[in-house]
Design a protein around this ligand. Structure first.
Ligand code: OGA
Ligand code: NI
Length: 380
């Protein structure tokens, strides 16, 4: 199939084979395009700047996320930090994690090795292209390449991370230091997740210790924490090349993340937006911090007390942008259900028990959009 697009000045825009589109947007961007192919053009209502007056969304409408100090969480001020954490989770679904204890150079080297992966010749990257969603490593383009009706302006590399010895040998062997840097990063973020998720359970009143814990509750908490020890982890490196018409498309469309928690790092280039109080607002990159957001599983587990929040990524004409997201949840074989502690006569169960299989089945029939998967798990 040949894709054409007529420009406003009557110029017939260069034809691209659809196979070329599947090679990814880095490829397109390097071909020196002046316009985006029609496959990437969103309907007007979905374009990035339609619900703000100022066209220059990226530098207006900034949001200051709540700041959680990880070092303080582990110290004598834990009760206050748990209180802030609970507020951040309820009001924002996002927070900024500072003093997280992962050395700056571990983060910097991970960003750097991912950038060098995307800089490899296409043929090298293409070795990891697959439609198998359970593959240990997956390179591709857009959001859900087999389902998207409109493509988005991103290439990605996804790595399954746990148990590490099972997956590491399958990860890209080029750049030569890729496996080493990514493994270090995976282990450090995993530790961070385990500590954070424990604190989040505690902020929901589900600590391991404490007064008035009945046996059933104790068991439930221990079970889920044990689940997290063996839990799934996937690292996604996103590459958003410069885009000639950033106002017509998105790097990643509005979505919520699937698991319990996501830990994101971005370079210096802005792009991440979250939905807050019915507005799209930009999360400005802050060096040496993680942006942490709650996923669908945490919304289900908390029986809706905490919510996963829609977010998206804008692209821009001047710079490429890279982000690395570490997604954490229970093992793929586990079922996620509202915590019995958070279900009562007054607070009825709001979500169906949900497994990874349910998600895969959903994806096989529908284009992933917004929070539609989670909506399909609601008990009405
Ligand atoms: C994601 C995501 C946002 C970004 O990969 O799930 O939301 O800023 N990325 O790249
Ligand atoms: Ni996301």
């Amino acid at each position: 199939m040949v894709i054409t697009r007529e420009s406003s000045d009557g110029d017939i825009y260069d034809t691209s084979e659809s196979e070329d589109l599947c090679k990814g947007v880095k490829q397109l961007s390097e071909n020196g395009l002046h316009r985006v192919p029609s496959k990437f053009i969103l309907p007007v209502s979905d374009r990035p700047d339609t619900n703000v007056e100022d066209q220059n969304v990226v530098t207006s409408n900034l949001i200051q996320l709540p700041i959680i100090d990880f070092a303080e969480l582990l110290g004598p001020n834990r009760p206050q930090v748990l209180h802030s954490l609970s507020h951040a989770c309820e009001q924002y679904g996002f927070f900024q994690l500072v003093n997280h204890g992962i050395p700056d150079d571990v983060v910097r080297r991970m960003m750097d090795v991912c950038r060098r992966f995307f800089d490899l010749p296409y043929e090298e990257r293409a070795r990891y292209m697959t439609t198998d969603v359970e593959a240990p490593v997956r390179y591709g383009t857009s959001y859900s390449p087999t389902r998207d009706t409109v493509f988005c302006w991103r290439d990605f590399l996804k790595l399954l991370c746990h148990p590490l010895p099972d997956f590491l040998p399958h990860w890209p062997s080029s750049p030569l230091d890729f496996q080493k840097e990514a493994a270090t990063y995976a282990e450090r973020t995993r530790y961070l997740f385990l500590t954070l998720v424990g604190a989040i359970l505690e902020s929901l009143g589900l600590g391991i210790e404490g007064p008035n814990k009945d046996e059933r509750e104790q068991e439930e908490v221990e079970d889920i924490l044990k689940g997290f020890q063996d839990g799934s982890q996937m690292i996604v490196a996103n590459y958003y090349p410069p885009c000639p018409e950033p106002e017509l498309t998105l790097g990643i469309p509005p979505h919520s993340d699937y698991g319990f928690l996501s830990l994101l790092i971005q370079g210096e280039v802005e792009g991440l937006q979250i939905q807050h109080q019915a507005q799209w607002v930009t999360v400005r990159p802050v060096p040496n911090t993680f942006v942490v957001n709650l996923g669908d599983h945490l919304e289900i587990f908390s029986n809706g007390k905490y919510k996963s929040v829609l977010h998206r990524a804008l692209v821009n004409a001047a710079n490429s942008r890279i982000s690395v997201v570490s997604l954490h949840s229970l093992p793929f074989t586990h079922t996620v259900r509202p915590s019995s502690k958070l279900v009562s006569e007054k607070n009825p169960k709001l979500y169906k028990d949900t497994s990874f299989g349910d998600f895969i089945e959903y994806l096989s029939t529908k284009e992933p959009k917004g929070k539609e998967f989670l909506d399909s798990r609601k008990l009405s």
